[in-house]
Design a protein around this ligand. Structure first.
Ligand SMILES: [Zn+2]
Length: 414
């Protein structure tokens, strides 16, 4: 069993302890101490990181300070001990941790304090939702960027706004957040927000006059230290709702990134911030109108080009031949070829000007040349992939100049 210093004092950020176990697990070094301020991942809150430094024996002078061993993960082991996982790299010579050594531990306070703001903020937000609407929080996840609570039912936008306002009112009241230890029997008589399944001694987090919850996490000592709570995106989740939120420094970071995003949009659109959605809406309508116009113009152009190609076709034994290099994508080549062969008596092979090249072959209903055989002959010579029907076939990825491909097409159709 490790004595968990954070249980009684979440503000303990460095401490001395004695190493009670060192072992290797999954290729990494694990150190167990008799006491620790390092929080292991549990209850939705992620682990602390930091360093362990072995100290020379007390009362004995000299000996250089040992190098710091970075703690990269902290695990709550089944036997009640807290496992400190060291960096993958082998510890430097002379710094190997050993049982009986005294170490000085320091946790990364910026990371931990952020976790404390999010976790106490979660208690406040969950309690606000519970008190206002009787909706329970099913689970909590403290993520790298955003944190979420999963609620038993969906809240409306107005309900979320009301809970957010209530949570921020509790922050501005700067209520005391205290830690209590009670037996499971005593806890049963207390108005806990959520009954606990745990047995033995329970650790309770009390927000003075507002919330009482069983929790093993680390919390700020007054609600004012949360700073602010801002809710984010919502999504349906397991018959309820997943609600994103940001507390303290994260809310400020979020505000800054949204401010910069809006400023960028405002510059591009030359409108006021409140006019951005309307301006984007108008742009989208314009784009759709223009797409319709472009489609109609392309069709017109294709029919004119088809007429011009048909007029310039070469007579041959198999039919009237159209062999052309054309700028365009597969759709453009196909609609052009189709427009030509809508007339009787035509055989068409179009090659894109790009390299690798696209090829489309087509024939009129009354012509006999199988278009897919032409495409097959071309891919056999120039590579690429394709296929189709006797009336229409296409291929892409042909490696040859348009002139070489057209010459081969001429040979294939005649
Ligand atoms: Zn909690």
């Amino acid at each position: 069993m490790t004595d968990r210093l954070y249980y009684a004092d979440a503000y303990c950020r460095d401490f001395s302890a004695t190493i009670t176990r060192v072992n290797r697990r999954d290729g990494r070094t694990i150190v167990v101490l008799d006491r620790t301020a390092f929080y292991p991942t549990s209850g939705g809150q992620p682990f602390d990181i930091g360093t362990l430094v072995a100290r020379p024996f007390e009362g004995r002078d000299g000996g250089p300070e040992r190098p710091a061993l970075p703690v990269v993960d902290v695990i709550d082991d089944d036997d009640g001990s807290v496992a400190h996982v060291l960096d993958d790299a082998e510890p430097p010579a002379g710094a190997e941790p050993a049982v009986g050594q005294t170490v000085h531990g320091t946790i990364d306070w910026a990371r931990r304090f952020d976790h404390m703001q999010q976790h106490t903020g979660q208690h406040v937000l969950s309690a606000a939702v519970d008190r206002l609407f009787g909706v329970r929080t099913v689970s909590f996840h403290l993520g790298k960027e955003a944190s979420t609570i999963d609620l038993a039912r969906e809240l409306s936008r107005d309900e979320i706004a009301a809970a957010e306002t209530e949570a921020n009112r509790v922050i501005s009241q700067n209520l005391c957040v205290s830690i209590r230890f009670v037996s499971a029997e005593d806890a049963a008589a207390l108005p806990l927000r959520k009954e606990s399944q745990r047995e033995g001694t329970l650790r309770l987090i009390e927000i003075d006059g507002f919330d009482l919850s069983a929790c093993g996490g680390t919390h700020v000592e007054r609600t004012g230290s949360i700073g602010v709570i801002a809710t984010g995106a919502v999504e349906r989740f397991k018959g309820g709702q997943r609600l994103e939120f940001f507390c303290g420094g994260r809310a400020l970071d979020r505000f800054r990134s949204m401010r910069d995003t809006i400023a960028g949009a405002v510059r591009l659109l030359s409108v006021l911030p409140g006019e951005v959605p309307g301006a984007i809406d108008r742009l989208l309508i314009d784009v759709r109108d223009q797409q319709r116009t472009v489609t109609a113009l392309k069709q017109d152009l294709a029919s004119y080009r088809a007429e011009e190609m048909a007029a310039a076709a070469e007579p041959s034994a198999a039919g009237r031949l159209v062999l052309r290099v054309v700028e365009g994508d597969a759709n453009g080549l196909r609609s052009l070829a189709s427009a030509v062969v809508s007339r009787p008596g035509f055989i068409v092979v179009l090659v894109s000007a790009s390299r690798p090249a696209l090829v489309v072959a087509a024939r009129s209903q009354d012509a006999s040349m199988p278009a897919h055989d032409v495409v097959k002959a071309l891919t056999a010579t120039f590579g690429g992939r394709g296929g189709g029907r006797p009336e229409l076939a296409q291929a892409g990825g042909l490696d040859g100049t348009p002139e070489e491909i057209l010459a081969a097409a001429r040979a294939a159709v005649s």
